[in-house]
Design a protein around this ligand. Structure first.
Ligand code: C5P
Length: 397
């Protein structure tokens, strides 16, 4: 990743979670520096955060032993993004009124980079009109607010005020860093998730696809300005964005129908759905009883949606997926030909951490000229960014 992330910590009990946030960024190979308010050092030690960030932690405006001044301007200019978490009501109020009685505040006032805050406070403080007013003003000043969550609070109360979990904050910051308008005005069709092929009103043939990879790709395109049509099989995944048009389907035939409606309007297609290859020839109208000792289920082949899209494509850039248990590269190459693709993303279930049910994936991208691009094992969010970057570099050629 290589980005410079400046983490500001203020004196909320959620400060103990910032160790996790720093680790999150370090795992993504970001450069991390931490600036803390003096009071926050009662909640988590600078030693913990300097060890995890592999950088000295800045707390004081000057070193009382040497008298040396801490250069907050340099610190602020170094950062690609500043994330203040947890943000207390006190620091919030000072940020809004431009006070600068500690290093974190002077750094905030000097920052040229985007600033993101994750407030954390008790229920009543979070709901107080002054807090609401201050958060509104901070947003008007151009600061991005990650709203507090609902849940257990340190006071024993339950309600809004809980800082978002480090994972969520980390993912938000990474999305933010990856955002751009590179795909402004470009329409992208994505298929995601499994398909469920009906046996009877209560049973189906399905698979373990979670939809995560496709949703992460959709999110990555949206963050870069694209308009996305996401045709998805059954999934628990949630995604909200003004430029997202989500279409939920159950079966391969339904997915094909939705894809056929929109494919010709799209510039790019990424087909990540794990479509069932076969479906029952007949769907029973009533629940099938278990009377017989054995039962035969007759299956017929499903339409190949990707192949259809390849067969009718004109100027579109079409990318498929190949999930294989062996010979992934060879199968991937043959699919580029047989389905008329521009590129294919192969992942082998032989790779630890890749495929269904994992938060990570290890991919290779093969292009039409059989050039192979190999990537390390990464989170699906990072993999999605690699895929979208690859498409960005290739789709206009
Ligand atoms: O041929 P195979 O199923 O291995 O190809 C996988 C690729 O084809 C994936 O991109 C998948 O989304 C797509 N596919 C499809 N319709 C099918 C089967 C696969 O779109 N019926």
């Amino acid at each position: 990743m290589g980005k410079h992330i400046l983490v500001g910590v203020t004196a909320g009990i959620a400060a103990y979670k910032i160790a996790e946030l720093v680790r999150y960024f370090k795992k993504l190979e970001a450069e991390v520096k931490v600036v803390m308010t003096p009071a926050s050092c009662d909640f988590i030690t600078p030693l913990t955060l300097s060890t995890l960030s592999q950088n000295p932690v800045a707390v004081d405006l000057y070193d009382s032993k040497t008298g040396e001044w801490t250069n907050h301007v340099e610190l602020a200019l170094w950062a690609d993004v500043m994330i203040i978490a947890p943000l207390t009501a006190n620091t919030l109020a000072k940020m809004v009124s431009g006070q600068s009685d500690n290093l974190l505040l002077t750094t905030f006032l000097s920052a040229k980079c985007p600033v993101i805050v994750a407030p954390a406070m008790d229920l009543d403080m979070y709901q107080h009109p002054s807090t609401k007013r201050n958060l509104e003003q901070l947003e008007k000043d151009g600061v991005t607010v990650i709203p507090a969550d609902y849940g257990f609070l340190a006071s024993g109360l339950v309600g809004h005020g809980r800082m978002q979990e480090p994972q969520q904050i980390g993912a938000f910051v990474c999305d933010f860093l990856a955002s751009s308008d590179e795909f402004q005005g470009v329409k992208v069709l994505i298929t995601a998730g499994p398909t469920y092929e009906r046996i009877d009103p209560v049973r189906f043939i399905g698979n373990h696809s979670s939809g995560k990879m496709g949703f992460e790709i959709a999110k990555a395109f949206l963050n870069k300005g694209a308009e996305v049509i996401l045709v998805t099989g059954p999934t628990k995944m949630v995604l909200h964005h003004p430029n997202l048009h989500r279409v939920d389907v159950m079966t391969a035939e339904e997915m094909l129908g939705e894809v056929q409606k929109v494919w010709q309007q799209c510039r790019i297609g990424v087909f990540s759905a794990a479509v069932a290859d076969y479906r029952p020839r007949n769907t029973a109208e009533q629940k099938i009883k278990k009377n017989a000792e054995e039962m035969q289920l007759e299956l017929v082949k499903n339409p190949d949606i990707l192949k259809w899209a390849g067969s009718v494509k004109k100027q579109q850039y079409l990318v498929g997926f190949a999930l294989e248990t062996s010979d992934a590269e060879a199968y991937g190459k043959s699919k580029i030909e047989s389905k008329n693709l521009n590129a294919i993303i192969v992942n082998s279930l032989e790779d630890a951490g890749a495929g269904f049910g994992h938060n990570t994936n290890k991919i290779k991208i093969i292009d039409k000229s059989n050039k192979i691009y190999s990537f390390e094992l990464k989170t699906k969010q990072q993999v999605a960014l690699d895929i979208v970057d690859f498409i960005r570099e290739n789709y206009e050629i």
